[in-house]
Design a protein around this ligand. Sequence first.
Ligand code: SAM
Length: 211
Amino acid sequence: MVGQQLVPRGIVDERVLEAMGRVPRHLFVPPDVAPYAYADHPLPIGDGQTISQPYIVALMLQEARIRPSDTVLDVGTGSGYAAAVTAELAARVVSIERHPSLASGAAATLEALGYDVAVVIGDGSVGWPEGAPYDVILAAATSPSVPEAWREQLAEGGRIVVPIGRSGGAQHLALFERGDDGMLAETNLGGVAFVPLLGEQAWPVPGEPGV
Ligand code: SAM
């Protein structure tokens, strides 16, 4: 996976490559798809959700430039895989998931593997103020824009990596960096295809009134 999918596509950060090589991805996916765990595409993980393609996980982590002292908010725990790779790179990881069944499954896998990740059940579109400020906010679900709550919870010099756009429509992965003036500068990292970020400060939850 590292040699064939990541390095040839420009993942050069040694810490990210080593972390991706260490985390046992096959233990984060349902048994029926475990034989394909290291394949070059997303996989279903239940509740209509997916574990992201390995390259996309690596790209997000590389662009976030996570330092060993950083506190990271991972929005969209899913299987817990990206949270585990993030935990290899950062000092503290909080991961938030709106589906209780996915959150509890991910928390169990992370604990069994010895990863110190705080898994929270909730709406990550409003962040998690209890753990703020965050040096990095990573989101594995596409949002209409950067939620105001994330701006408030981002540390000085912080980075946000999030897909922007509509699920099933045009989307791009974006890096937002907080400058000395407090403003967020955006870099477009290219087209992607993510599930929607559903919540109070993102896309409306089907069946619930929009804000
Ligand atoms: N990072 C995950 C992994 O490694 O398996 C994959 C995440 S999956 C592509 C996106 C996840 O975002 C889904 O599990 C979905 O339920 C979750 N999600 C969507 N909206 C959310 C929200 N407002 N708060 C928290 N999680 C959300």
